[in-house]
Design a binder for this molecule. Structure first.
Ligand code: F6R
Ligand code: MG
Ligand code: MG
Length: 390
C-alpha cells in the first residue's frame, strides 16, 4: 500500500472587519477556532491554525481527505458563517462580505472564499510556506512565483542544485475564459511571461517540479468580482509553497518578496500599490486601506499535524524592503485618481466607476472627427481561429 497522503488546505474569506476593511476582530477569530477545534475532534481535519491578514480570516488546515473534500469545505464554510454571525452581532463592517451565496453544496469554490490546497506524500521533514495577502489579487503572486521557480538570479538552486536543475512547470489560469495552460520553465519562459505579465487575467495557479511532477506551489485563483459580476472587494489571495531538499530553500522563496512590486488592489480594489511583506503584528491595512500586504508563515508538517508557525517576514532583514514600499506608497499616492495609480479601464470594469461614467454618457456630443481604432482585445487574439467562426 502506498504511504498515506497529507492535504494542506488554506481557505480564507472576508467575513467582516473592525473599523472599516481594516482588520479582523478577535471574537470572529475565536468562533472560527472553536468550529475548527470541533472539526478536529470529529476527525474531519487533523490540525488547524486560524489567523488573519488585514480583514481576511484565514483557516490553515491539515487532513487526509484530499483537495476539494466536501467535509473539509463544509467545515470551513461553517466557520465563516458562524464568524459572520458574530461580525453581524458586533456591527462589524461588511459582515459576511465574501459569503456570496447561501447555497453550500459540497465546495466553497465559486461561493466567495479563496482556496489553495495541495496533497502530497510527506517527506521526512516537510517545510512549507503559507502566503496570505490583503488588498490585492491572485495575480500578485505571478512575479514572485516566477522568480522562485524560474529565475536563477533569485533562486541559486536552479543552477547549483541538480534536484532543481531540470526546472518547473507552471499551470496558468485564464480567469476571463475559465481555462488553463501548462508551460515549462526554462524552455518556455518567454511564452510564460507573455501571459503572466497580465496578472489580472492570467494567474499562476500551480507549479510542479518537472523531474517527477511533484506539486511545488498552489495559489487561490478565485476572482470575486467575476463570480459576483459586480464589485465586492478584491480577491485577496493565498498561496502555499513547499520548501527545501529538491524545492527552493525557504530563503530563496522569501527572496522573491524583497522587491515590493506594484500590484492591483489597495483602496476600493482600484489602485496599484507596492506589495509590502510584513509580520502578523503589522498585518492590518491602514494607509489608504493599505498598502497591500503579504504575510509568510512557515510550518513543518508531520503526520498531518502543523508544527509552527514561524512568522517569516517579521525580521529586520525585511526592514529595507518595507522602507522601499513606504517610499513607493508615497510616490504612487501623489498621482491621486489618475492612472497609473488608478487601474486602467479594463480592470476598472468590475469596480464602482462604470456607474459614475454611465451618468456622463448622455452629455457627450459627437464632433465628427475621425475615431481612433479600439485596441484588439487579447481575448480575440488568444481564441483559436475555428472557434471564432470566421
Ligand atoms: C478594498 C476594500 C476597501 C473598500 C473601501 C470602500 O478591497 O475592501 O478599500 O473598497 O474601504 O469601502 P465601502 O465601499 O464599503 O465604503
Ligand atoms: Mg474587505
Ligand atoms: Mg481583504
Amino acid at each position: 500500500m502506498s504511504k498515506e497522503r497529507t492535504t494542506l488546505s488554506v481557505i480564507k474569506a472576508d467575513i467582516g472587519s473592525l473599523a472599516g476593511h481594516h482588520v479582523v476582530h478577535p471574537d470572529t477569530l475565536a468562533v472560527a477556532s472553536r468550529i475548527l477545534a470541533e472539526g478536529k475532534s470529529k476527525g474531519i481535519i487533523n490540525d488547524y491554525y486560524v489567523t488573519n491578514v488585514g480583514d481576511d480570516l484565514q483557516l490553515i488546515m491539515t487532513h487526509r481527505r484530499g483537495i476539494d473534500n466536501p467535509a473539509v469545505h463544509e467545515l470551513a464554510w461553517t466557520a465563516f458563517k458562524e464568524a459572520a454571525k458574530v461580525a453581524k452581532d458586533l456591527g462589524l463592517y461588511a459582515a459576511g462580505q465574501d459569503l456570496l451565496s447561501d447555497a453550500f453544496s459540497g465546495n466553497v469554490r465559486g461561493l466567495g472564499p479563496g482556496v489553495a490546497e495541495m496533497e502530497f506524500e510527506e517527506r521526512p521533514s516537510e517545510p512549507v510556506v503559507v502566503f496570505m495577502a490583503d488588498k490585492t489579487e491572485p495575480g500578485a503572486f505571478n512575479l514572485p512565483l516566477y522568480r522562485i521557480f524560474a529565475d536563477p538570479f533569485n533562486t541559486a538552486g536552479l543552477v547549483i542544485d541538480p534536484r532543481l536543475h531540470l526546472g518547473f512547470k507552471f499551470t496558468v489560469y485564464d480567469a476571463y475564459e475559465g481555462r488553463e495552460i501548462t508551460l515549462n520553465a526554462p524552455e518556455e519562459i518567454y511564452d510564460l511571461l507573455a501571459l503572466i505579465g497580465t496578472p489580472g487575467r492570467f494567474i499562476i495557479r500551480r507549479v510542479y517540479r518537472k523531474s517527477d511532477n511533484e506539486i511545488a506551489a498552489v495559489v487561490s485563483v478565485e476572482r470575486l468580482s467575476l463570480i459576483a459580476g459586480r464589485y465586492v472587494g478584491k480577491d485577496d489571495p493565498v498561496a502555499i509553497v513547499r520548501a527545501q531538499s529538491g524545492f527552493p530553500a525557504v530563503g530563496e522563496i522569501l527572496e522573491a518578496f524583497t522587491h515590493p512590486h506594484l500590484v492591483a488592489g489597495w483602496m476600493r480594489g482600484s489602485h496599484y500599490g507596492p506589495l509590502m511583506p510584513v509580520g502578523l503584528r503589522h498585518a492590518k491595512v491602514t494607509r489608504f486601506d493599505g498598502p497591500p500586504r503579504v504575510v509568510a508563515l512557515g510550518f513543518n508538517i508531520k503526520n498531518a499535524k502543523l508544527v509552527g508557525p514561524a512568522d517569516l517576514f517579521d525580521d529586520v532583514a525585511f526592514d529595507e524592503v518595507r522602507r522601499t514600499a513606504q517610499f513607493i506608497t508615497e510616490y504612487m499616492r501623489r498621482h491621486g485618481p489618475i492612472m497609473p495609480h488608478r487601474l486602467g479601464p479594463e480592470e476598472m470594469e468590475y469596480t464602482t466607476l462604470p456607474e459614475v461614467l454611465q451618468r456622463l454618457s448622455s452629455r457627450f456630443v459627437e464632433t465628427g472627427e475621425k475615431k481612433a481604432a479600439k485596441p484588439k482585445i487579447t481575448s480575440e487574439l488568444l481564441t483559436p481561429k475555428e472557434e471564432k467562426g470566421d
